[in-house]
Write a protein that binds this ligand. Sequence first.
Ligand SMILES: [Zn+2]
Length: 299
Amino acid sequence: MEWLELILRLRRWTDNGTRDPHKALLVLYAIGQLQRVGYKTIRFRDAESVLEGMLKEFGPPRPAGAGYPFHHLASDGLWEVATASGGPCPSAERAALLAEDVHGRLHPAFARDLLAEPALLAQIVRLLLDLNFEGGLHADVCAAAGLMPELAHTAAVADFGKGDLPRTDRDPILRQKILLAYDCRCAFCGFEGWIGTTVIGLEAARLRWWAFEGLDDPTNCLCLCTLHHKLLDKGVLGLSPLGKIMVSRQFVGTTETSRRLVTDLSGRAFHPPQPGFAGPEARNIAWHGRQVFRGPSLA
Ligand SMILES: [Zn+2]
């Protein structure tokens, strides 16, 4: 339980709904390395580009550099860091980390326990995912970290008396409720699809993420097709305070289909729920705009 508690403490940084998954992503990357190549020292210069890519893809709209978690994670009891000559890491500055050939590794006792207890490793990964990312991103994060994909589907960590665990009171019929409110159509593109009497390719998408007190109800959710749900979670799409669809200027799509499915949405009003059903609230739209959407928008 000791390691799970230390993982939970990483989350203290993210009160007030501010996303700060930097340290979590480094731990996930290091566990991925542990799984694939065993317990070895990780040089900053070797890991930097992968870590930067993970921070850009899964971090907040303006992530800190890879040096930030590489240096600061050492204060959390999970990670050790040193210069090539064995001295203390001077700072989180990229230039200093490169000049001193700084390297890090999971705390030896942590690595030993992870290797000895596959169930613990799976629980640590699941807890890091649940504390930081929407469920639809878990498999993507595992793939980026080089982790076995089945780890994205481990059972959630059960209560071990320490509180602060991610909530598990999800609404099992949320998807049905949201699909009903939106008449089984994507609120962005209008897609609908069926096989027999089963709706396919449509999902309930949260604006404010579950890990950050986002609610499973119509004030926080949209009915979106699978593509637009993923693009919402990745910060490519968002909503303006006036309910217009925003497309990140960072999005690049070169085909006619990309233009039609994504770029052309910019500035359009989203399709609201049917009369009598609540729509997304401004505070949840604003949270997504601050913490997930990769602004500025095209329009
Ligand atoms: Zn759609």
